[in-house]
Design a protein around this ligand. Structure first.
Ligand code: LLP
Length: 456
């Protein structure tokens, strides 16, 4: 396999010197506190290539800021999950929301992935990528009538129903189109996934799913609706989860419910455990152990006699993506040094929104004393940072920095804030590189805007 970072051994030596990261939080503030020691996770060894292609070559050809995805890593990351659960042959529905670029979706569909979608836009993208519609599962608390009808029309495999009124809307659409919508009831199992509060979804106070204590009654009601074929349960308890325990707990609750439902006479043949398997943003070497998760879950799932669905997004696309940004200016201050780069919070929102930590590396080895920098963008907000208090070799204008784990929830959450065109995306495979989305132009940014007549 091609090296993704130039020197994994060196990286491991670095990491061995660190105290174990608090992987629970992926939180810049936690990491920043630790970085006050002489070496900390804030140090990141250089990263010269993605697969067989130099980052400097990509930056020269496509410009910066730039997203780069490794095809090999996408395939391997999908394979890791598929292999861990292979003995029960699950449907692994790639969660399109984390990276919805056509070439990325196509890569995973070619590997046999289904798709987890949340909108008509994602449905369109999935169908365009050539996915078998029966392998599409549709989640989300606010599916519109139009979206429901489009999904029924396409013949998707499963609706994850989030509320009784939504069930009624799906049933009505099913009746209108004279089909029976295959569906699972999304349960809120009230399980703490120990993750950032913005991406925790399986607790009572979250808007998702049907509360556990009324699930049996709701299932009974919904199963009677014409136009719906209710045949399973779904639970997605959150994202960036690092330990198997939360899944075991969630599965325990669902198992209990399945037993009740079967006793009530319902047929349950589908169990969707959602996604959320965490990655190691701090060091890149200790993601959620999928084999261990498989070993824990499979013996509990097998006796249930259901088809398992998983909906991973981040663990597939996250580590396969890199955000490349160029240093514009160095500003040495009394209390802080700033490396002002051409990438910003509009391109990578996670640090601003969740205080998320992403490793940041220089694209070439460089000696000399390390300095501490805040890596910040040009946007007029103090939340516009990619990393804080990062120890890097002395930086200069023109340097290329690589932000790791930028394949998930990065370009997918990018905006045109400050009227900034969104970056290009490139896929690397071996020694070859392919532009998979061109950089937006200034006219793309203003496309669709209209000056009302009275102003003309
Ligand atoms: N299934 C459902 C129903 C979901 O809501 C999600 C993510 C997934 C699957 C995929 O989860 P994953 O395997 O990617 O963790 N923007 C945030 C993450 C939001 C996750 C939303 N739901 C971030 O940047 O951390």
């Amino acid at each position: 396999m091609w090296p993704i970072s130039i020197d994994a051994a060196r990286q491991r030596r670095y990491i061995a010197r660190f105290e174990p990261p608090d992987a629970r939080l992926n939180d810049e503030s936690v990491t920043t506190r630790k970085s006050t020691s002489s070496a900390g996770p804030a140090d990141c060894p250089p990263c010269e290539r993605v697969e067989g292609v130099k980052i400097a070559t990509l930056a020269r050809k496509y410009g910066t800021p730039l997203y780069v995805y490794s095809h090999t890593a996408l395939v391997e990351n999908f394979g890791r999950i598929a292999r861990a659960f292979a003995s029960i042959d699950p449907l692994i529905a790639y969660s399109v929301k984390c990276n919805s670029s056509a070439a990325v979706i196509r890569t995973l569909v070619e590997q046999g992935a289904g798709l987890d979608i949340v909108s008509i836009g994602e449905l369109e993208r999935g169908l365009a990528a050539g996915v078998d519609p029966a392998k599409i599962v549709f989640a989300g608390v606010g599916k519109s009538r139009r979206e429901i009808e489009a999904a029924l029309d396409a013949g998707i495999g499963l609706f994850n129903i989030e509320s009784e009124p939504e069930a009624e809307a799906i049933a009505a659409a099913g009746c209108r189109l004279r089909v029976s919508a295959p569906a699972a009831l999304r349960i809120n199992p009230d399980v703490d996934a120990s993750t950032h509060r913005y991406i925790s979804t399986g607790k009572k106070e979250n808007k998702f799913g049907i509360p556990f204590h009324v699930a049996r009654r709701v299932f009974r009601r919904v199963s009677k609706l014409r136009g719906i074929d209710l045949r399973g349960l779904h639970a997605h308890i959150g994202s960036q989860i690092m330990k198997p325990e939360a899944y075991v707990k969630s599965l325990g609750r669902l198992t209990e419910l399945i037993e009740f439902l079967r006793r009530d006479g319902h047929t349950i043949d589908t169990l969707n455990l959602g996604g959320g398997f965490g990655i190691d943003y701090e060091n890149g070497i200790n993601p959620m152990d999928m084999d261990a998760l498989g070993r824990e879950l499979i013996p509990l799932i097998e006796p249930l006699g259901v088809r398992l669905i998983l909906e991973p997004g981040r663990p597939i696309a996250g580590p396969a993506g890199f955000f490349i940004t160029r240093v514009e200016y160095i500003k040495l201050g009394d209390v802080k040094n700033f490396a002002i780069v051409d990438g910003a919070m509009n391109d990578l929102l996670r640090p601003a929104l969740y205080s998320a930590f992403h490793r940041i590396a220089l694209s070439e080895p460089r000696g000399g004393r390390r300095k501490q920098y805040d890596i910040v963008g040009p946007i007029c907000e103090s939340a516009d940072f990619l990393g804080k208090e990062r120890r890097l070799p002395a930086l200069k204008s023109g340097d290329l920095l690589i932000v790791h784990d930028a394949g998930a929830y990065a370009m997918a959450m990018a905006s045109n804030y400050n009227s900034r065109p969104r970056p290009a995306e490139v896929m690397v495979k071996g020694r070859r590189h392919y532009e998979i989305r061109r950089r937006e132009t200034l006219s793309d940014v203003v496309r669709g805007e209209i000056i009302p007549d009275f102003m003309r």
